[in-house]
Design a protein around this ligand. Structure first.
Ligand SMILES: Nc1ncnc2c1ncn2[C@@H]1O[C@H](COP(=O)(O)OP(=O)(O)OP(=O)(O)O)[C@@H](O)[C@H]1O
Ligand SMILES: [Mg+2]
Length: 411
């Protein structure tokens, strides 16, 4: 292999779809997408594994094509995690570091982080990320990077992201069974934010909403940092299922109606009926008002829950850079318009941009998470960030356990 290049992989394991992005990273850190693919998921419920064989088989099948395209055998990846157990907790920690002349070291930062995290997060949760929001030295706050500064008492405010341990473990097992080691688990909306947000947006205040098949998640950024993350256990598939139930039709037909005829703009004049099929042969006619009522009720519910979360985090009507929508659900026509009315904020659809290689083909809202995972993998394997103790631990994890390999050898 070319020694000047490394390869990184982002693996987005969704409820409905699985996506991979393989990128090469040059010595100067530039990323070029060399392989990608998407495929149907299996064995996932509301963003978390319901069994191991389903997602393992789906990952294995989907990765083959991306690997052939990239000419690279994927062994490690940054993997997305989802599900309503994901949440953020605000914590604080304080340590004494010595006399006032003491210069704050990396060890001090690790120690104050330990104090801020330990005992604050329930034992049945895995800490996925610790985002330092602010430090204070001898009571003086507003410090972003205290390394090398002087002080006797160091305080830290942090945003800690966690998920239920069984969900994390099962996801790692499922990827391991497909012979891919999960170097790190990142909530899909946080990964997507990495791919679609600019530094300026993160500084001023912005939210990303990832509307998937079975989940809709939100991440809020301000002052450059993640401030809040939350997941609503409903997504665009709920719209399809509601249509199937109310109209008493097959879910495949309901999906076709959703994709071809439904828009997020319920105020415009449209034809009173929706016609599908060939006239005089297999044509089906549906009452548009009925269809719109079903869709609107579900979207109202999902975006109502998102709004509640924004309010609880004190960010409703406080996002100067507005909201960026990603995920397959963002492909519904005029969904940005609906979100704008519902959340009373400027809304745009987000697509991952600015990567080299064959990236054009994946500049789509549903690829944001997979791209962001690859970008994070490239960044974090270059340097060791302050809050990387978990990541370091993850790198040391054993390779695929033998029994799992045997169990899933059929894939
Ligand atoms: N053109 C479209 N119009 C409306 N909805 C669409 C369109 N294309 C895809 N979708 C919807 O997007 C959803 C799939 O999105 P995505 O692939 O992001 O989900 P996922 O990542 O598998 O799920 P989750 O993130 O909830 O685990 C499906 O519900 C699908 O119906
Ligand atoms: Mg998803």
């Amino acid at each position: 292999m070319d020694n000047d290049k490394r390869f990184v992989t982002g693996l987005d394991v969704g409820t409905e779809n699985i996506r991979a992005v393989i990128a090469s990273v040059s010595k100067d850190g530039a990323l070029a997408v060399v392989g990608y693919n998407e495929g149907k998921s299996a064995g996932m419920r509301k963003g978390v594994p319901a069994n191991l064989a389903g997602p393992a088989g789906a990952i294995d099948k989907m990765l083959g094509e991306a690997e052939r395209m990239g000419g690279y055998d994927v062994r490690n990846a940054y993997v997305s995690i989802n599900g309503s157990s994901i949440l953020s907790t605000r914590t604080e920690g304080m340590i004494a570091v010595g006399t006032v002349e003491h210069e704050i070291s990396g060890e001090d930062l690790d120690r104050v982080e330990d104090v801020a995290v330990s005992g604050r997060i329930p034992a049945n949760r895995d800490v996925l990320d610790v985002v330092p929001l602010e430090y204070a030295l001898d009571g003086q706050g507003g410090i972003k990077d205290p390394l090398g500064m002087s002080g006797a008492r160091l305080e830290m405010r942090a945003c800690v992201v966690s998920a239920l341990t069984p969900n994390c473990e099962n996801l790692k097992k499922a990827t391991a069974a497909a012979d891919v080691h999960a170097d790190r688990l990142v909530p899909s909306v946080i990964a997507a934010a990495k791919a679609v947000l600019t530094d300026r947006q993160k500084e001023n205040g912005v939210a990303v909403i990832d509307m998937g098949a079975a989940t809709t998640s939100i991440a809020v950024y301000e002052e450059g940092d993640l401030q809040y993350v939350g997941v609503v256990p409903a997504g665009s598939n709920n719209v399809t299922n509601d249509l199937a139930i109310v109209l008493a039709i097959d879910p495949t037909l309901a999906e076709e109606i959703k994709q071809r005829f439904v828009t997020g703009n319920f105020d415009t004049e449209k034809s009173p009926v929706i016609k599908i099929g060939r006239e005089g042969k297999d044509e089906r006619v549906f009452d548009r008002k009925e269809v719109e009522e079903v869709v609107k009720a579900r979207l109202d519910e999902i975006f109502g829950e998102i709004r509640k979360k924004l309010k609880a985090a004190k960010y409703d009507q406080r996002l100067p850079e507005g909201i960026i929508l990603v995920g397959g659900g963002a492909k519904m026509r005029d969904i940005d318009l609906f979100a704008k009315q519902s959340l009373e904020a400027a809304v745009k659809i987000g697509t991952p941009k600015g990567l080299g290689g064959v990236a054009d083909a994946i500049e789509k809202p549903e690829f944001a998470a997979a791209v962001g995972l690859a970008v994070l993998a490239a960044e974090e394997s270059q340097y060791v960030p302050v809050s990387s103790k978990k990541a370091k631990k993850a790198f040391k994890m054993p390779k695929t356990p033998g029994f799992l390999k045997k169990l899933f050898s059929k894939f």
